[in-house]
Design a protein around this ligand. Structure first.
Ligand SMILES: [Mn+2]
Length: 331
């Protein structure tokens, strides 16, 4: 697959990299790593995100390559620029958020580099997917190391390390393979400082985040006989705490620490007035099956989707569906 991807990249000169809306550490890390590789190949590269890179990831963009997308006037310019547009760490064009319109309009070849489970390819031209990879950054690593040699530039090593850390939850999740740990070891040998990366990523909280967390935990809902723990956050909760959407990062993992919980969930009213749902499974329950019913996706143990209606309606629906899935997979 990566030989095919390398040949694809060779054929193009102006390459645009984007990732899903509300970029995460894997998406940003993989794009920065891939951009570095492409620049060594003499390519023109742009990275565009929507709405912006979260504060705790901004340090990775050492050369200010990443542009925040302003949908108000830029779609035509952006659509016209590339001859190849690669969605990184995203399997569905609609996950691009406001970048979707430009993606639809472009005459560029539209490709995806990803590790998410997906149905038959839809909405793009070429697919480079490996659902066995732990992170999109792993694919970039496997592409770049044989072709660039070691050592990788420090900023690139940091970016790929962040990819691995982000998608394994700091090497805690079941996708922490021997290969991931070997890659991490090699990146550390090349100068990545795990403690510094950890501090940069996770010791950047704002007090507003804890105010919001307090509200969320106060409202913790247990169902399915204590096997499903759900946090629900309204716009009023966000405003009352003075918090931003970025402050919600990692909330979904909190109920998963409860003894006996098989599935943890987070839901909140998003910017568009839809209910955004994130689900995490301890080990046995396939939460991807639940999210796909609502047009979402992800992995077996970590998935997301958006549903219409009120927060109360969405809670009732999800509690029923997750309970059924737990009964199906666990007992
Ligand atoms: Mn990923």
């Amino acid at each position: 697959m990566l030989d095919r991807f390398a040949s694809f990249l060779d054929l193009h000169t102006r390459i645009l990299l984007t990732t899903h809306e509300n970029p995460d550490g894997d998406g940003v890390g993989a794009m920065l790593g891939l951009a570095r590789y492409l620049k060594t190949q003499g390519k023109d590269v742009r990275i565009v995100v929507y709405p912006h890179v979260p504060d705790n990831l901004a340090w990775m963009d050492t050369e200010a390559w990443i542009e925040a997308y302003a949908p108000e006037g830029a779609p035509a310019e952006l659509a016209a620029w590339p001859d190849a547009w690669i969605m990184v760490d995203a399997s569905e064009p609609k996950r691009l958020g406001k970048l979707h319109a430009a993606f639809e309009a472009t005459k560029a070849v539209r490709a995806t580099l990803d590790h998410h489970i997906k149905d038959a390819p839809q909405g793009y031209d070429v697919e480079f997917t490996d659902a066995t990879a732990t992170a999109s950054g792993e694919l970039v690593y496997d592409l770049a190391v044989p072709r660039m040699g070691l050592p990788l530039p420090k900023a690139m090593a940091d970016a790929l390390y962040v990819s691995l850390v982000s998608d394994t939850g700091n090497f805690r999740h079941s996708n922490t393979t021997p290969k991931v740990l070997r890659m991490a070891a090699q990146l550390v040998e090349q100068g990545v400082e795990p403690a510094r990366v950890y501090q940069n990523l996770y010791h950047q909280d704002r007090p507003e985040r804890y105010k919001l967390m307090g509200r969320a935990l106060e409202g913790l809902r247990m169902s399915a006989g204590g096997r499903f723990g759900l946090l629900a956050i309204s716009k009023g909760d966000l405003e009352g705490a003075g918090a931003e959407y970025d402050d919600l990062d990692g909330f979904v993992d909190l109920p998963l620490k409860l003894k006996g919980v098989e599935v943890a969930g987070l839901m909140y009213e998003n910017r568009e007035g839809l209910i955004k749902v994130s689900l995490r499974s301890r080990e046995r329950v396939n939460v991807n099956a639940v999210c796909r019913r609502h047009g979402g996706g992800g992995h077996r143990l970590a998935s997301g989707c958006k549903v219409e209606g009120t927060l109360a309606q969405a809670m009732a629906t999800l509690e029923a569906e997750v309970t059924a899935q737990i009964d199906l997979d666990c007992c």
